[in-house]
Design a binder for this molecule. Sequence first.
Ligand SMILES: Cc1ncc(COP(=O)(O)O)c(C=O)c1O
Length: 378
Amino acid sequence: MWSGSGRRPFGHSVWAAPYRSSARLVVGSSVVAPITLRQLCELGGTDPCAVLDPDRAFDYGPAGGTPELRERIASDLGGLIPDNVAVTSGAGDALASVATLVCRPDAHVIVEVPAHESLLSTVERSGCAATLVQAPIDPALVAELIGPTTSALFLSSPHNPTGQMLDAAVLRMLAESLACVGAVLVADEVFRGVPLGVVSSPPPAATVAPNAVSIGGLSKVYGLPGLRIGWAAGPTMLIDDVRSLQRYTSRCPPMTSEAIAMLALDCQEALLGRARALVYDAFVELTTICERHDGIRLSIPDGGITAFPELDVPDVDNWCARVVERYGILVAPGNACFGVPGRVRINLGLEPEVRTAAFPLLALALAESPELVGGSAC
Ligand SMILES: Cc1ncc(COP(=O)(O)O)c(C=O)c1O
């Protein structure tokens, strides 16, 4: 049974697909500007050949990732061991694997939406009962939804696109309620590391409670989506099952990417610093643009890399379509992409050159939207 918000939205990539050729500037995505291998090597003070040993055969690697990478992720998360970590082909794969394991036909799961498509489609295909809760969540109300057949609660922190972040006390409270019925808390933390409206990031869920799983990866805040490196970190028995599942699906993570991932984790402070600088600058610039209009409300997200302002337009999907056609910029409409009418998602992690070209056009599009003009519009 699939209960909750009804119609499933398309997701950004599906909505954006028909416009890709006409849109010069994609502003609605949710990834920090991807970097090159050369840039990464410069950050790490090494050269590509040292990272990618040219004499190493392209053999299969171990299911669930190399011991070195698992060890590295476990210690970076804090207090975990390699047996707590399975490396996957992106965080989407980690989410789908964990969902496959917990969505037994007789089980009930609670899923915060919007959520990544890999999770939603796996839950839906499993046929288990699902209760959808709209972000931003009220943790106490979510706790009340946990019942005797509940096997998992899926949350995102920071949430994409609302930016809601859950602190350690909330994560612990939810994990304890779930533990009473033998269920797990699964936190999608791919946007962790860029606090915005709060001072610092809470600890990863997997380090807060023994029945919590942290989903992470190098795609989003690290700007390395093409590496396809993600992970699930949590209870050893569940993680062992994720590795077993991988033996029959992708077999192992891509070994070349695993080697580059080790370098990326060595440079993580520099990569996160880059992401924070991009996001903070973009948010200040966007705030200035939005403050010119009474018809726009932009609140500061707790964290993550997306802004989700509210626009007083009758149909946000039509507004975004008009903006692509007239101004060549793709902003993600909240309704079509996430089932949230009246809002648009804007990527704060854009390359500075892209932002310099796109934000003035966005300002123009807003100023030329009669519904939004008001306040000190100029
Ligand atoms: C909230 C969220 N979780 C997971 C993913 C999947 O990340 P990856 O590209 O590492 O598979 C995405 C990608 O868009 C995402 O937005």
